[in-house]
Write a protein that binds this ligand. Sequence first.
Ligand SMILES: [Zn+2]
Length: 83
Amino acid sequence: MTTTTTRTEHLHDRPAWDCRICKQPWPCANARNTLLDEFRSFPSVLTIYLSTKMYDAMGDLGPDVDSSPDFYERFLSWANTDY
Ligand SMILES: [Zn+2]
């Protein structure tokens, strides 16, 4: 069963790092599902990708990092279920 990938992209909006579609902190639930699907065969690549995004977000959100110390939880912990 093949579905054509014309789906709405849940991408982050910089520098706020909220989803452009649902306005949740990125990666939102939809973005996570999409990423897990896309990187299913390459979980280590997903981890690297998310690490890059996390550091980008930390750079953009620098002054507010103190109020949101859970970057690891937000960007990485959910993706490590295969380990
Ligand atoms: Zn979203």
